[in-house]
Unconditional design. Sequence first.
Length: 257
Amino acid sequence: MPDPTLADLFAALPMSLRTELLAAFNQIAKNFRERRWEPAELNGGKLCEVAYSILKGYVDGTYPDRASKPRNMVAACLALETATTAPRSVRVQIPRMLIALYEIRNNRNVGHVGGDVDPNHMDAACVLQMSKWVLAELIRVLHGVTVDEAQSAVESLTERDTPLIWDVNGIKRVMNLRLTMSEKTLLLLHASSGPIAESSLVSWLEHSNASVYRRDVLKKLHRDRLIEYDEGRRTALISPRGITHFEEQVLPSLDES
């Protein structure tokens, strides 16, 4: 049998609640990839509200059709600890993670002006990893899978839809031979959450001349602000403009091919 999808793993939830949960998480992951730290953190609050509604529904024996925001998130999460018949993850561990996640949303200058700490990559990375953990625990509890299986399911959600890349022992190959070298480069960078070394790109794309590739591809993409090419470190990172260009201009042509 094929591996269960995330929709399968959350099949116990009402469709609307499941949709809200996955949409909130997908938005966090998307904003993180686009290096939009503040929106990534703001959406952590929405994930907390949906996850709390799921936990409350689990404890009560009936899930709501849609998520609702408790008047006091901390008090509401702590109140779940009195549900002694529920698994510890439901009444203690996930709620306490939600409290920490909600704290970052409210009191790390996220959504507020004049805070003493600016939203940054560190906070956004924390939000993303905590959100992954919450989803994995919900999967583990609701579907009865192992921790490793739950984590694998969540990681599959955060991978971008890039079936044209084949990863074999850490070597990535672009399978669509119709793409230009620049398009192949954007495809590889779009599939990565961080910078990629120039040497890796040259190797993966099997370009015959690194200097020519740097001149004709990387520096041109950099001039067009589709990537950030660091000449000192010899690394490339797709830019928010590059992500938009790739998803609106390149991906549609791939779907048609």
